[in-house]
Design a protein around this ligand. Structure first.
Ligand SMILES: CC(C)(COP(=O)(O)OP(=O)(O)OC[C@H]1O[C@@H](n2cnc3c(N)ncnc32)[C@H](O)[C@@H]1OP(=O)(O)O)[C@@H](O)C(=O)NCCC(=O)NCCS
Length: 219
């Protein structure tokens, strides 16, 4: 029988969290498919939480190995904007001219420009609404899924922010990540509004993917 455990994040879990972030970063599969620079990817999606708000982070272990996490932010106004973190890497490390990351960056610029011209709107900005000021990210490696760890990881974040007095929690996911959307619904999250097209990232058949905001009241 497997030994399962969910516990508070510790500084020595940082590299495992960054690795899991990358290995699950494309709809639950490795982000390598579209982004070949691990450092910038993990900085964009897990850096703020592990480095600035570690007390709101939890990890799941199976047989002593970290297999997943939930990363929380109590007040989303403090979180780093992934687009700004990515742009910083692009400028300082020349990622826009690198084979493994350049195409996704140029595609993002193309999508943002064409959305502006054709649809007269800019792509999704990080979600801000004072009714749901806290947010989270959750990812588990394939071997650790469907064991009840996701539920426990979500409950830990929910209970922490509720105790701290947050009125609500939100998350941003991808509509086409059907398993994640079904899981979040099972956990009590509700769809906030119609999904919006995302810039840069594509389905494997080349079609555009859609960002979905989901919310949970904590009052
Ligand atoms: C989505 C994810 C976090 C779910 O975690 P998990 O540990 O597999 O889920 P659990 O075993 O804790 O399931 C909790 C509940 O959700 C339900 N659930 C989970 N996946 C489901 C699915 N695809 N469809 C319907 N219900 C689902 C379970 O039936 C369970 O219900 P119960 O409480 O009534 O028993 C995990 O699969 C994962 O990390 N996926 C890849 C990364 C990812 O997509 N992350 C989200 C990015 S926004």
């Amino acid at each position: 029988m497997q030994n399962k455990l969910v516990r508070q994040f510790q500084p020595e879990d940082r590299s495992a969290v960054r690795e899991i972030c990358y290995l699950t970063g494309y709809l639950g599969e490795s982000a390598e498919y579209y982004w070949k620079d691990r450092e910038s990817f993990s900085d964009m999606w897990s850096g703020y939480y592990t480095d600035k708000e570690p007390e709101s982070c939890f990890v799941a272990e199976v047989d002593g190995k970290v297999v997943g996490y939930s990363l929380g932010c109590f007040d989303s106004r403090n979180a780093w904007n992934p687009a700004s973190v990515g742009t910083r890497h692009a400028l300082l490390r020349g990622l826009i001219f690198t084979k493994g990351t350049g195409p996704a960056m140029w595609r993002t610029l193309f999508d943002v420009s064409s959305d502006l011209v054709l649809r007269r709107k800019l792509p999704m900005k990080p979600f801000m609404d004072s009714r749901w000021p806290s947010h989270l990210h959750i990812d588990i490696l394939e071997d650790g899924r469907k064991l009840g760890l996701g539920k426990e990881l979500i409950n830990n974040i929910r209970d922490r922010f509720k105790t701290m007095g947050s009125p609500g929690l939100h998350l941003e996911t991808v509509l086409e990540n059907r398993n994640a959307v079904a899981f979040f619904k099972a956990m009590g999250f509700e769809v906030y509004k119609e999904p919006e097209t995302l810039p840069g990232i594509r389905a494997k058949d080349g079609t555009r993917l859609h960002g979905l905001v989901m919310t949970m009241d904590l009052k």
